[in-house]
Structure formats: structure tokens, C-alpha cells
Ligand binder design. Structure first.
Ligand code: PAN
Ligand code: ZN
Length: 192
């Protein structure tokens, strides 16, 4: 069917802002009210505009979710902001097939990739344009925007990785990324 046929790819990246264009693109938006549970200071959060977009994700899933051997591609945009001293961040997850790894890379803005292993050791890598991050299997991952512009991060992960949000929703990460003396710092987070 495709023999001798020449075409353009069905998805293109805007190399300025990395916006993805094309038919199969999925656009997701996460509002503050939908992710309230991930922040420490719920009272402060309840006083903020609940419709604020904390982050958005564009993704291209060229094969069905769960297909072994395929790859998914995404671009996450975390908006600048804080709930008290805690930076806007993604929900964070382990992969459901927990040995499945992922690449992230920084495109625009400044932030942190917060990582946690199964023993609940938590650490972070600085994300900035050009930074490249290998997230091993069994490592929970979350992005936080520590700057005052959008943090844009690319991602590529296996199509059979899946997402396990429950562990993080129940117990969080063992540390929170907060602003201390004007700089980001990881501080211990007691189990709920
Ligand atoms: C990313 C994330 C994206 C949004 O594409 O899904 O940054 O974060 P949450 O999924 O934690 O809300 C990825 O890690 N995919 O596996
Ligand atoms: Zn992931």
C-alpha cells in the first residue's frame, strides 16, 4: 500500500514552543481543582482560582495503549505558580508495568524532575532547555515549575508502560519541592 509513496509525517512539532500539530494529537488539561490533593496547603489552594490550568499535556499515541514494543511521545507544559511555597507540579506516577523506563528533556523554562524509588528515597534533577533525563523503571516521576515562565518538557515512553497514579495519590512523594530563601529545596514529607 505504501510502496513508492512519499508523504509528510502526520504529526509535526513547532520547534519554537514544541506544540504538536496533527490529527492524532490528544490534548489534556489539568486544572488546580482536579489535582488539589497533591498540594500540601489545601486551605491556601481553596482560596485560589480553581479553574487555573496547572499543566497541560499533548501526546501522540501511534499504537493502542498497552501494545508491546511501541512508543508514545508527549510534551508537557507546566505553568508557573505556587500554592504557598510549593511549586505547581504534575500529579506524578509510577509506570503500571513498573520496569518500563522513559526519557524526558527540557525544552523551555526551568524546573525540577522529582524522582522517587520504591523505598521512598526522593531526589531531583534540574530541568532546563537541553537537559536530558533518563527515568529508570520502578522510579516515580513528577515535574515542577520553579521559574516564572512555562516549563515545557518532552517525553518518550513505551506504549505498554501504563500509569499507576494510585500510589502517589495515596502516599505522595516522600519529599516536597518548596521555595526556601528564594530557591527550590526538597523537604521531607511525612506519610499521611
Ligand atoms: C508524562 C506525564 C506528564 C503529566 O507524559 O504523563 O508529564 O504528568 P502526570 O501523568 O503525572 O499527570 C509521562 O511521564 N508519561 O509516562
Ligand atoms: Zn511516565
Amino acid at each position: 500500500m505504501k510502496h513508492l509513496h512519499i508523504s509528510r509525517s502526520i504529526v509535526e512539532l513547532g520547534l519554537g514552543d514544541y506544540s504538536m500539530k496533527g490529527d492524532p494529537i490528544i490534548n489534556q488539561f489539568r486544572l488546580l481543582k482536579e489535582i488539589a490533593g497533591i498540594f500540601h496547603n489545601r486551605k491556601l489552594l481553596s482560596e485560589m482560582s480553581q479553574e487555573t490550568i496547572a499543566y497541560s499535556v499533548q501526546s501522540w499515541l501511534p499504537v493502542a495503549e498497552g501494545t508491546p514494543g511501541g512508543l508514545f511521545f508527549g510534551v508537557s507544559t507546566i505553568h508557573p505558580g505556587k500554592v504557598g511555597d510549593e511549586y505547581f507540579m504534575t500529579k506524578g506516577h509510577f509506570h503500571a508495568q513498573s520496569d518500563r523506563a522513559e526519557f524526558y528533556w527540557g525544552i523551555q523554562g526551568n524546573g525540577m524532575l522529582i524522582l522517587m524509588d520504591r523505598d521512598r528515597n526522593t531526589w531531583a534533577e534540574e530541568v532546563s532547555p537541553g537537559s536530558l533525563h533518563y527515568i529508570g523503571g520502578e522510579i516515580a516521576h513528577r515535574l515542577a515549575n520553579t521559574g516564572d515562565e512555562n516549563l515545557i518538557v518532552g517525553a518518550c515512553w513505551p506504549s505498554d508502560a501504563g500509569h499507576d497514579y494510585e500510589e502517589i495519590a495515596a502516599n505522595g512523594f516522600s519529599a516536597r519541592l518548596v521555595e526556601v530563601d528564594g530557591k527550590p529545596a526538597l523537604v521531607e514529607n511525612k506519610l499521611k
